[in-house]
Design a protein around this ligand. Sequence first.
Ligand SMILES: [Fe+2]
Length: 195
Amino acid sequence: MKRVLQALADSLEAQSGSMTAALCDALRRSKGDTHLPPCEPPPAGRMLDQILATGNPDPHPLLAEVARSRETLAWYGARPERIPEAIGARLFFVELLGPDGMVFCDRCRLGLLLQMPESHYPEHAHAADELYLVLSGTAEWRSEGSEPALRPPGSFIHHPGRQRHAMTTQEEALLAVWAWTGDIGFESYSIEAGP
Ligand SMILES: [Fe+2]
């Protein structure tokens, strides 16, 4: 786990700013001791197989780290009390670092998001500042106050706290790193009921 956390820090350093500085500091300080057993729900496993087998001529370097650490990752489905089931069934997460994460950290949350193809993660918002780094899949990203945009692998997307945002996949699944800093509790999380 230490190795994947270091690789994440290396990738996030490409993006300047106080948020990435805080995340890189937390990643580099972490000893990498994991507190959760591995878990890979079958739909997520099948989709990861496809993503990792895709003959992308220029794969994101972190994909190799995801593949290398795959047997250790603790994936979980969306919490039904947080995200309506019809939407949440298409979303899978790993919290690599965080209060509920594989590696404990009380200052930030950082992990992986897998959003299945042809699915819509409706507008949602939370108090935490959020950063995404797309590893695989070009999805449509919407942020309050901006035009919708297709974001290919390698894209960094920043959502300031409480900005509403949504993602829609087409034929490709989306695999991305996500990170929260600031107020990282879920009490402020809100989501639209449907597409
Ligand atoms: Fe978000």
